[in-house]
Design a protein around this ligand. Structure first.
Ligand code: ADP
Ligand code: ZN
Length: 614
């Protein structure tokens, strides 16, 4: 029997495994039920695909969406793996043919939707062919606590009843304990091995900015990535239409995606994005699980999402190939109000939960600490090291007010003078010295803190108040958001703790507030030694080949492979074998062409080939 290592090398061209892949595969080979939680891009598919190849029989993979099934099977077949799916897109004839192939033992991986898998007919068929194991992909769909609950997933409890001897393995990127417990319970897993990976995505650069000029701010991100694929998420459909139209007007190839569009239009737009015919998709959260495009280089949120869970999911669609990618969140106070309004009709218990989640994301937006740390800690994990080198805070891009402590003290003492009985708006007005009627009526124009920040704009002061809430110096109480000091707030007043207040977002023409963007470590490394001209040439070649074959380009080769080719510039088959991520079948199929393209480009541009280790 071929070893796992050999099969992975031969088929996928990988020499090393990602964290927990080895452990996850071991559980499959041992036939022990398992739950594997790895972040998006962590490499979950390999955990069941590789063992399926060395085990006897056919592995059955449960997948929630036809689009996902198609991409995975296309990718496998292109790598020379006998894989198939059965779903409504097949004719009865094709279905019969596939069934026969499975019976003959040729198919190593069979993809099915949960509703098809659990029909009596399919169950009987599988009893006959005896699957090597079941792999349940996107397993969080089984939990009401997940963000993609699918009632059909509940039917999967029948697997352990009908196939008590066959192992069931569940895979998800959803981190919460609750979801994990639901998966184990609903699938009736027996003493499963549980592997939970780190939720940090070091290749993603996180940035958060207060929204001032939406169009200009989004444009700035898009123009930092002229030839790359990106996703822009909006809260509402109307925003999708507007942002999309603006991008198109600015000359970018953008398409909209939201639940208000006809199925056909949505499918077409998603397809154009998958196939690199449209570079940008502007979408509501309706655009989600169906995309497994690995080379999304940026995800912009034009408005704050409703929770950090959602943010992790949506931003996580960037950089699945492990290469650097950027996640930018633009928020305004209005976004949080919008979410409160949109969710106000939830039943009381759900409402309380939703409001707590909203506070999580609000804290993230207004926070001034490392974004990677904030995210990972929210999900109950720890981040090693002081500075991540991949967020606006650690890259020192954010500009803080010089005398943050003094400014904060002025604000907090005003809250105290107002007897902790007023909200943010009112407090800001007192601080900037407004002689509004109600202030005069209450005699607050005589307070010592009246007009203490009169040289600043009211919006700016209001913003600092929110930042102090975000940093835990103030809390908002009751229906009217009355400001109250926390113990940390008292430490600020006594000067033993200093918060950091961000400077205002200046409304500049480009919405960039003159910030310097710095490249992250992973960004620098992944481009080191890469000839961009050759990379672009190879990308164009990939696009042509993909079009000919009717496949999304990233299925032929990921960006990581193209960058390595443009870095090491192999000119012989032996040298080509050293490039990670090209398996045997693809080397046979595309190798000669690649070598030709590389040699020609290097000759024309006077570049050396066969670069040794850098
Ligand atoms: P997930 O399903 O966890 O989001 P995927 O299975 O789609 O992640 O894998 C993400 C990317 O990582 C894919 O492009 C895949 O080819 C690549 N990948 C997976 N395992 C490895 C590995 N051991 N070495 C290099 N690349 C890998
Ligand atoms: Zn950081």
């Amino acid at each position: 029997m071929e070893s796992l290592q050999d099969v992975i090398h031969r088929t996928w061209g990988y020499d090393t495994l990602r964290p927990l892949q080895a452990e996850a595969m071991q559980a499959v080979v041992d036939g022990r039920d398992s739950v594997v939680v790895l972040p998006t891009g962590g490499g979950k598919s390999l955990c069941f695909q590789a063992p399926a190849l060395i085990m006897e029989g056919t592995a059955v993979v449960v997948s929630p969406l036809i689009a996902l099934m198609h991409d995975q099977v296309d990718g496998l077949v292109d790598a020379g793996v006998p894989a198939a799916y059965v779903n409504s897109t097949l004719s009865p004839d094709e279905r019969r043919r596939t069934a026969n192939e499975v019976r003959s033992g040729r198919v190593k991986l069979l993809y099915l939707s949960p509703e098809r898998l659990t029909t009596e007919r399919t169950l009987e068929f599988l009893a006959e062919v005896r699957p090597s194991f079941f792999a349940v992909d996107e397993a969080h769909c089984i939990s009401e606590w997940g963000h993609d609950f699918r009632p059909d997933y509940r039917l999967l409890s029948v697997l352990k009843e009908r196939f008590p001897e066959t192992a069931v393995h569940a895979y998800t990127a959803t981190a919460t304990e609750q979801v994990r417990r639901d998966i184990v319970r609903e699938l009736h897993l027996r003493a499963p091995a549980i592997h939970v990976g780190s939720f940090d995505r070091p290749n993603l650069v996180y940035r958060v900015e207060r929204r001032s000029d939406r169009s200009a701010q989004i444009r700035a991100v898009v123009e930092r990535h002229p030839d790359d694929s990106g996703v822009v998420y909006c809260i509402r459909r109307a925003d999708v239409e507007e942002v999309c139209a603006q991008l198109v007007e600015q000359g970018h190839k953008a398409l909209p995606y939201h639940a208000g569009l006809a199925d056909e239009v949505r499918r077409r737009n998603q397809d154009a994005f998958q196939r690199d015919r449209a570079k940008i998709i502007v979408a509501t959260v309706a655009f989600g699980m169906g995309i497994d495009k690995s080379d999304v280089r940026y995800v912009v949120h034009a408005g704050a999402p409703k929770s950090l869970e959602s943010y992790q999911q949506e931003s996580g669609r960037a950089g699945r190939d492990g290469l650097e990618a950027e996640c930018v969140l633009f928020y305004s106070d209005n976004d949080f109000r919008t979410w409160r309004t949109l969710q106000q009709d939830l039943p009381p218990q759900a409402l309380a939960g939703a409001m707590a989640l909203l506070q999580g994301i609000e804290g993230y937006c207004r926070g001034v600490d490392c974004r990677h740390r904030a995210l990972v800690e929210y999900f109950g994990q720890r981040l090693a090291g002081e500075k991540c080198g991949a967020c606006d805070m650690c890259l020192d891009e954010a500009e803080f007010v010089d005398d943050s402590l003094q400014t904060a003290q002025k604000i907090l003492s005003c809250v105290v003078r107002l007897r902790e009985s007023f909200g943010g708006d009112y407090t800001a007005q007192v601080l900037v010295g407004s002689k509004e009627q109600r202030i005069v009526e209450k005699g607050h124009h005589k307070l010592s803190t009246f007009g203490l920040l009169q040289e600043h704009d009211k919006r700016q002061v209001r913003d600092w108040i929110e930042q102090l809430v975000g940093q835990g110096c103030l809390v908002k109480g009751g229906e009217y958001g009355v400001l109250q000091l926390t113990p940390d707030g008292r430490d600020v007043l006594s000067g033993t703790y200093s918060p950091r207040l961000l400077k205002a977002a200046v409304r500049s023409g480009r919405g960039e507030r003159g910030r310097v963007r710095k490249e992250s470590k992973s960004g620098k490394e992944s481009w080191e030694g890469v000839d961009r001209g050759l990379f672009d040439a190879l990308r164009a070649w990939r696009r042509t080949r993909a079009d000919e074959r009717g496949l999304p380009p990233f299925i032929i080769f990921g960006d990581a492979v193209l960058r390595d080719l443009a870095r090491y510039r192999p000119s012989t088959q032996e040298a080509l074998m050293q490039i990670k991520g090209i398996g045997q079948k693809k080397r046979g199929e595309y190798g000669a062409e690649l070598l030709q393209a590389i040699i020609a480009h290097c000759r024309e541009n006077g570049l050396g080939t066969d670069v040794q280790e850098m």
